[in-house]
Structure formats: structure tokens, C-alpha cells
Design a binder for this molecule. Structure first.
Ligand SMILES: Nc1ncnc2c1ncn2[C@@H]1O[C@H](COP(=O)(O)OP(=O)(O)OP(=O)(O)O)[C@@H](O)[C@H]1O
Ligand SMILES: [Mg+2]
Length: 312
């Protein structure tokens, strides 16, 4: 659905993205992750034909985004980082205006505008002035706009930025539902969002792609996988040494809590060491009050990948 080849963009002297290559298949929800300034918006703006790349090419649904821009854009709904809205228009009026701009035939307009209002939960505010809308509803108007011409691909640049947790959940649900019928490229800083919604993830850092894989594979790949906490009374045993002997355990630190030892284990990715720990505890007659695993999150992956070039 999206094909990007050697895409490079330089702004006056500075390279924003360098030699990007990736593909997004039909029906995928692709997460686009990266720290501030990584080049996410730049890439998305190029894909939406808002500006040309310095070199390289990209296509949408097989149409070159510059040579066949009209056809490419017919397949694409783009929700920019800051949705430009006309404050003095009412929601329905604005969507009608946008539909006209997108050359949606007049006879189809009210049906289409009705549909996107329904889909994006805008019914209750349809007669409000846009200036009077909360941030969450403004975002939804932006999304409704992107959906007007029934594109099969959505490019959403941080659709949940600035929203409160309830609104984030609502927009996330909306995106998940849209994902049933659309291909989506979604940039966000909210990592649990990606874990919950995306089929694959691109991690971009300083204009380069550092990783592109499923969330599960990314989690499996990182060094700092997960952790396990054991809280027990271990008597005179040297629990740290004993635990370090277990295969898959990388490191153990200990602390005291009123007679209990709190042992924090770092474990290799994919290893579930809990059964071994349990066996050891039974053998040694340790009294256990807690044994829990902390799964590595996409946040760990993100931090590891985007900080790996820094000292320390
Ligand atoms: N119009 C511009 N002129 C000059 N440099 C720009 C321009 N737009 C972006 N840049 C630079 O290009 C790089 C990539 O910016 P971009 O906005 O694509 O990052 P981003 O990943 O979207 O970041 P954020 O998470 O903050 O939205 C940054 O270093 C930025 O300063
Ligand atoms: Mg951005």
C-alpha cells in the first residue's frame, strides 16, 4: 500500500531523513515511532504530497506520489500533526466545505458527512463552532476530514497528542476500528498505544530507520528483556549467588525490607525463569511472599534502540 525507496529530505543544510526504505502492506496498522525531531512528520508530509523529497521515491497504492499525485492522494487520508481548522465554522459546515474541496459529488455529500460524523462520534457537537470544541473533538474533526473521501489508507500524525487519558482511549478505539477496513500509518509517542494497536512498528531515529518489526519480535530482540522480583526469607543463604546460577538470569540485586529480602533479577529475553526460582526456593526452604515477572515493554525497546549510540 505504501512503498518508500531511498527517501531523503534535506532542509537548508540539515538532513531530516536519510535513505528511508520501508513498505506498508494492505490492512496493516504500522506504528511510526521516534523521538522528537526523528523525521516522522517529514516522512508523512512527503507521503501526503505536501512537499517533495530531496531524493528517492515513494508510491501509494502503486501510484508515484509526485508523478501520479492525484491518484495517490485519492487513496490517502492524512491527518496532520496540527490539524488546521476554521474556527468560525460549525462542525457540519466545515466538513461540507472540506467535502466540496475534495470534489465529493454534491448528491453524495450529506450522506458522506453524516457517515464520518457518526464514525468519529461528532453528532453531539455537529452544530458547534469549531473554536468552542475541546482538543479531543478537534482531533476527531481532523480525523473525520481525513476520512471524507473514503481513502483506504490513513496517515495519522500523532492523533492522540494533547488528549486526556479518556479521550486517548476513545481515539485509540476509533483507530482500532478503522484498522479493520483501512491500512494505517500512525505516529505516536504513546508506546502502549502501539503495543495495543499496531501490527508492525518502524523505529526511526535521527532520520534513519533503526528497526522495523512486529512488537513481539522487537521485544524478543532487545538485550534488557524483562525482570523478575522475588521477595523471600532466605535465612543464611547467599540468595544472589544461588539465583545467578539459574540459566537466563543476567544480574541480581538485593535489598532488605523488614526481614524480607527483595531480589530483583534481570533476565534474558524470552526466558521465563520463574519455575526454576520456585524450585530453588522450595529446595532451600525459602519462605516466599512474592514472585513476579515484569515483561519488557516497547518502551524498553525504544529506549534501548534510540539511546544505543550514546555513551554510557
Ligand atoms: N521546515 C523545516 N525547516 C527546517 N528544518 C526542519 C523543518 N521541518 C523539520 N525540520 C527538521 O527536520 C528534522 C525532523 O523533523 P520532524 O518534524 O520530521 O520530526 P518528528 O519526528 O516529526 O518530531 P516530533 O516528534 O517532534 O514531531 C528535525 O531536526 C527538524 O528540526
Ligand atoms: Mg512530528
Amino acid at each position: 500500500m505504501i512503498k518508500v525507496e531511498n527517501l531523503t529530505k534535506k532542509y537548508a543544510g540539515q538532513t531530516a531523513i536519510r535513505d528511508l526504505n520501508f513498505e506498508v502492506g494492505q490492512g496493516e496498522i504500522m506504528g511510526f515511532l521516534g523521538p522528537n525531531g526523528a523525521g516522522k512528520t517529514t516522512t508523512m508530509r512527503i507521503l501526503a504530497s505536501f512537499m517533495p523529497p530531496t531524493s528517492g521515491r515513494a508510491s501509494i497504492a502503486g501510484f508515484d506520489i509526485f508523478e501520479q499525485s492525484l491518484q495517490a492522494r485519492a487513496h490517502l487520508g492524512y491527518m496532520p500533526e496540527n490539524v488546521p481548522l476554521y474556527n468560525d465554522m460549525r462542525v457540519t459546515e466545515y466538513l461540507n466545505y472540506r467535502a466540496a474541496l475534495k470534489s465529493i459529488p454534491h448528491r453524495r455529500m450529506s450522506e458522506r458527512v453524516g457517515d464520518v460524523k457518526e464514525l468519529c462520534g461528532l453528532r453531539e457537537v455537529e452544530n458547534k463552532l469549531i473554536r468552542a470544541l475541546s482538543k479531543g473533538f478537534r482531533q476527531r474533526v481532523g480525523l473525520a476530514d481525513a476520512l471524507l473521501h473514503e481513502p483506504d489508507l490513513l496517515i495519522l500524525d500523532e492523533p492522540t497528542i494533547g488528549l486526556d487519558p479518556n479521550q486517548i482511549r476513545q481515539v485509540r478505539e476509533l483507530i482500532k476500528n478503522l484498522g479493520k477496513q483501512h491500512t494505517i500509518l500512525l505516529s505516536t509517542h504513546i508506546l502502549p498505544e502501539v503495543e495495543m494497536t499496531c501490527t508492525r512498528v518502524i523505529i526511526i531515529n535521527k532520520g534513519r530507520i533503526e528497526a522495523c518489526d512486529t512488537p513481539e519480535n522487537l521485544l524478543g530482540r532487545i538485550r534488557t528483556a524483562g525482570g523478575v522480583t522475588l521477595e523471600a526469607k532466605v535465612g543464611a543463604d547467599d540468595a544472589v549467588t544461588e539465583l545467578k546460577r539459574i540459566t537466563g538470569v543476567r544480574d541480581v540485586s538485593e535489598a532488605d525490607d523488614k526481614g524480607w529480602k527483595v531480589l530483583s533479577l534481570r533476565v534474558e529475553s524470552g526466558a521465563d525463569v520463574r519455575p526454576e526460582i520456585f524450585r530453588l526456593a522450595r529446595e532451600r526452604h525459602w519462605e516466599v511472599r512474592e514472585l513476579t515477572a515484569r515483561r519488557a515493554t516497547l518502551e524498553d525497546v525504544f529506549v534501548e534502540i534510540t539511546h544505543s549510540d550514546e555513551p554510557g
